[in-house]
Write a protein that binds this ligand. Sequence first.
Ligand SMILES: [Fe+2]
Ligand SMILES: [Fe+2]
Length: 261
Amino acid sequence: MTAPVAERPYVTANIAQNSQILADDAFLNQLMSATENVRRLETRLSGTHGQLRDLIRSLGLETGFYLVLVELGNISARILVHNGIITAAEAAVEGQRLSGPNAVKLLDDEASGEAVIAIARLRPYLYQWSPKMTVYVKGIDLQHRQLVRAVNNLYLSLLSGKPRSVLQGILDFLAEYTVFHFRSEERFFEKHGYPRAEQHRLEHRKFVERIEDFRMKYRTGEARLNIDMLMFLADWIRGHIMKSDKDYGEWLKRQGVVKTV
Ligand SMILES: [Fe+2]
Ligand SMILES: [Fe+2]
């Protein structure tokens, strides 16, 4: 006799809280811009219990991130799926919005008729470090890669419905690592007499103030991690490396302090 196999959940435990991200249009736009490919299909939903679970399984979404858009009669739904598990869901029915478990219930139990489904595979990162970002100092490039990795980790954790404690941990790492990294750069400026050090230090200080303020507010529950904050962090880091950090990189190169590879 074989023991019954526990069924793998197909909806994440904190879907209610996590589904808030789908109510954010800016977040949806960001997701759509991170689409690798989109496929469409038409299917018929019978309105019987378990149909959403069956649909998700039949779509072959076991690995990776997907945004599934369902249009059926007067229902329009958005579902975020990570490794075959629904991490966020939202549905609009005649202008009324259902979020999280309520949206899942509607799609799993009640919705019936011809449905048009679009499945967008999402890139599992916001951007990646590229050789264009080099400052010609290997140690600093490695630190920049680490910062980019932390930002992508925050994005992925948000998409995959990780609990707040995990997001807080990544945010703490990002804030602390940023301070360490800025100190490394500033020591470098002093050592080599970089002429635009003061202005650069000021940029660092402003960023530290902003991230510290946010992480304290996040810790006390006063702030939520939304796409605006995530994109601020991601864009600032990329923008600062590409402009201000590249400036000292090029300067060091001109001084003959660093060798280009
Ligand atoms: Fe930097
Ligand atoms: Fe910098």
